[in-house]
Design a protein around this ligand. Sequence first.
Ligand code: AVJ
Ligand code: FE
Length: 437
Amino acid sequence: VNERDERALKEFIAGALGGARDRSHGLTTGVLDDAALVAQVSPLMSPLVWDLAHIGNYEELWLLRAAGGAAAMRPEIDGLYDAFEHPRATRPSLPLLPPAEAAAYLATVRARVLDSLDAARFEGGGPLTDGGFVYGMVVQHEHMHDETMLATHQLRKDGPALLDPPAPAGEARPAPLGEVLVPAGPFVMGTSDDPWAHDNERPGHLVEVPAFRIDAEPVSNADYLAFMEAGGYDDPRWWTDAGWEWRTSGGKRAPGFWTREGGGWTRRRFGHVEPVPPGEAVQHVCWYEADAYARWAGKRLPTEAEWEKAAAWDPAAQRSRRYPWGDDYEEGRANLGQRAHRPSEAGAHPGGASAYGVRRMLGDVWEWTSSDFTGYPGFRSFPYKEYSEVFFGPEYKVLRGGSWATHPTAVRTTFRNWDYPIRRQIFAGFRCARDAA
Ligand code: AVJ
Ligand code: FE
């Protein structure tokens, strides 16, 4: 990095940190009173004030202490905000910093980070700081928790707390495209050189992928309703044993937040009750529902290698793109960054298509894949095992592509998310695939 590039990178980082912080306050201290911030709306989620202080503690830990060599500001609070010491369900009973104290702690940490940014060196200091990696990790971490806090908002039983931005801007909506054929051939999965890539995205490695077809767009509410109306929730043929157990023991008959009303379905979305919009990508479905739908449709979920090849690979250039449309983020090509509080509709964002012509791979909804979360060949945990390595194994399924709630700096074609197959509070949907032969 030459001096000019380094200065530009620091300006980008300062702006990205500021943007993440505005967003965090807009989900917490800016919109809710103290009682709402300390309340727990579901045992699945932390009180919002925990996420808030955890964001600051993570930033202190990695930017001031690990990268900057500073001593702990408040060693007595580290344990409270260690996600592994206290499961989410137990967090309300902890002696958490009250909202005003949490906000003051975040502000103090941030002021010190910005003071030290000027003197930071992004070359020759080791993998933590080279290329600004650890700053990228902290920016992405804050945005991940912002998305988690949006899931908490969605679970609140009270009326709307957030302003509801208009639906994603209307665009030309050509007829549904059906499926796209991705011919057989190797591609480079993951990355060895993306400066903000997490350990689980590394290293880049060649994967041979047989020919397959993949849905050109995510499954819509209308598509999913057809499965429901065909009796999909009543037919064990479509479900795995574990999926059927989930379906019957929980009495599930529709996506999360849907209610049968009169002759149709409504959904609750951030405190608004509204008819289910047929064209939007379906969300709040778990892996078992996605898997059952795919079997009913005569298809299957894509593997994560198929998903990534369809999203990233440019067969003419024989290389992967950071975004489906190219290497640079461009606003308007995907429904990312909480610009709307909902997925977009079928046909939207034609300019976001991948080299193969597959649409809406980034944004709208996280997409369940058939793959278990594991390390790539040559995986090395960095900078800490609890980011991803401790989750490797068959109990977590991989999700790809980010949702409308994911910030553009916190997702790319190589980004991997993971969760339990029963989870529905996340902004997740899916698309289907099948063998080409
Ligand atoms: C990558 C979304 C699974 O939010 O649980 C947050 C990210 N790691 N704090 C999560 C994470 C540490 C993680 N996910
Ligand atoms: Fe975290």
